[in-house]
Design a protein around this ligand. Sequence first.
Ligand code: ADP
Ligand code: MG
Length: 836
Amino acid sequence: MPSASVASVASVAVGAPTRPIRVPIPEKKGQQGPATAESRRLSKSLKRKRDENELAALSTAVENFDSKTATLFAELPLTRQSAVALDKSHFKALTDIQRKAIPLALKGKDVLGAAKTGSGKTLAFLIPVLENLYRKQWNHLDGVGALIISPTRELATQIFEVLRKVGREHTFSAGLVIGGKKLKDEQEALHRMNIVVCTPGRMLQHMDQTVGLNFENLQMLVLDEADRILDMGFRKTLDAIITNLPQERQTLLFSATQTKSVSDLARLSLKEPEYVAVHEAAASATPVTLEQFYMVVPLHEKLDTLFAFLRNHLTAKIIVFMSSCKQVRFVYETFRQLHIGIPLLHLHGKQKQTARTDITARFLASPNSCLFATDVVARGLDFPGVDWVIQIDAPEDADTYIHRVGRTARYEKTGRALLFLCPSEETGVIKRLEAKKVPIVRVNAKQSKKKEIKPQMQSLCFKDPELKYLGQKAFVSYVRSISIQKDRETFQLAEYPLEEFASSLGLPGQPRIKGMKTADTERIKERKNLPRALRKLEEEQAAATAAADSDDDSDADLAKKKDEKKDEKKVRTKHDKMVERQNQNVLAEHYRSLVHDADASDDDADFLQVKRTGYSDSEGEEEDDKEDEEADADADSTGGAVDLIKKVVLGPDGKELIIDSKRREKLVTSKKKIAALKSKGVKLRFDDEGNARSVYELQDEEKFLASGAPEDQRKSFLQTEGKKVKIADVEDRDLAKRKKKEKKEKRKRLEREAMGEEMAAEHNEEEEGIQLYGKLELPDWNATSDDDEEGGGVELQEKSERPSKKRKKEKRRVIEAEDEPETLEDLEALAAGLLG
Ligand code: ADP
Ligand code: MG
């Protein structure tokens, strides 16, 4: 088949705007005359024939190509499309890796390519991808022909951009599958792709979730930064991806720090791979145009040194590497407010994809700026014109170092790199770098250029709690990053001045880290894990040296020590342990003396009850607290958990409470115990405004005397207060009246409701003298209403509440019914009784 018919689909970029490269436009049938159709058919078949011939010639040329001396792309057996695109992109001369790897890859061999950073590895795999698929006459119906995997989104995007450049004359469809957008958007386009550039996680997601996606026809698998993709971080994902790929395929692996691990290569089922390591014999693993320096900087001076460095390089393009996203954010946010004078940017894996893309583009375009970043930009990214790579945190290994510094001095350009090392890291890190052939020179910072920024950092953190919080997180993540370093010998947490570091970040104190191993906990753990016998031996030795040290030890003391040793040999009971525990303020001074006495009469000890206090307000108890620590350490060695770090919290009554044992810790969490510790409280009275006042509030005596003679003051006070009382009396009376009236009205209303309308009517008629149903009457407790209003007072109220006995009696005489009828039946019975 002629090549033109193979390449027939538009190029689709997923994750980037869909942009057709070349779409064949079908001709309209109506426009074709019979003569033109015939000539077209002829020319088509001729063209096809010619293309077939070209393809056959190209395949033979590739098979026979054996020139290791080729220096130009033009000398390689490439398609016209690739040659034209390369020429247009100004790629003319071949780099070493390109000269060696491209011919092998064109022949369909598996290649392990290793070459320094910035030496043109991207083209070394992209050209074979385009060429091989072309010679296989790959078209849109064939599905995915090549899968290129990159460890980061940014690098995948960059590879895709280079592919667009050198593949612009081809008509394959290529796509970028890196996530950061809707899966659905990528899914549709994925079915039309011939070349996929992806990150491992997102690719696996599609393999699991995109219906109908298959890689049965896959011809080529490429891993850029192969050692990174094959390491622990991507292990599971990559293994899962590989299970979806056919075994029969060509595999290309490229990296500056190539893996030679047999097990890794077995995972990829490589077939007799060609190892192309162009710089293996070179004196250094890094570009020759790269100058590398390191500086020994104490942890708490790192930010000062960085600040001073940036101040002195305002026109440079700089990348600053840190070990975690939180540090990047914190340093970026604080330095931004310090107005250094160089544009600042930051990039890390926790940012949204749009922000990541935007920042990458801005840094690419900027002539001078400083990018704070994590290792997300350590590999592969080709930012033009980077002058400096600064690593303020040590890289996790020499390979990471090589990749980080590889962001500068790319493709024959010059560049410089500076690494900050803490004093304790120097020996270990430098040894490892030298072993990897990294030429690095120690330099010192000029003292005159240094500037302490701690006050500014402190003021920033003080003003903005969010910044302080970020600082705390940065601190924690840095400490974590040290504690998880693989090289335990070089990175020992105990060697870092964490308190000073926290304060250099502007923090008021060192944030606590849950589960963090400190020197103390390590020591306790070590001691705990020692065999019992060894521990005893150690203790004895320590005691012996202590005895030797103190020459002025009296005989009596020595005798006492001997006794103690004897005692140790005895089996210690629970009771013994209890008595030994002269700690936690358990034993008050008098009780301790009792205990010493109790040694003679042990029986008494059982009856003694121990009362605990947790306060440090007496001198003697402070002594006890020291003993406490030791006792707790002992407790730990026998199985109890311990936290030797003393905490001082404010107790319920404002006194300082020392928490140095589990028991005390429980004490502050128990409500009951806190209540017991609290003082009884004071009696308060609330004034009219609702303010709490103490019951006895005395006026200042001097003030009182100054405002007149006491007797006069008393009189005027009585007068004014008397007036107030009178007014209050009148008001009170009115209020009482109003209330009474309301009450009465309410009662009336309730009665009416209870009786119903008819009964109410009856009641009215009865009042007028008309009697129905015989002499049925209700007690008349409404009759006094008028009197109430006139007379008022307590008496009347009583009257209104209870009808007088006299009246009741009169009415009873008339009614002659003992109880009020409640129901209709009662009424009927009563009426019948009256009638009958
Ligand atoms: P690597 O992957 O080895 O780190 P890249 O493939 O990213 O290196 O290439 C580094 C730089 O070198 C890029 O800017 C690229 O455009 C340039 N480059 C690559 N090959 C050539 C070449 N043959 N001629 C000129 N420039 C090249
Ligand atoms: Mg690369």
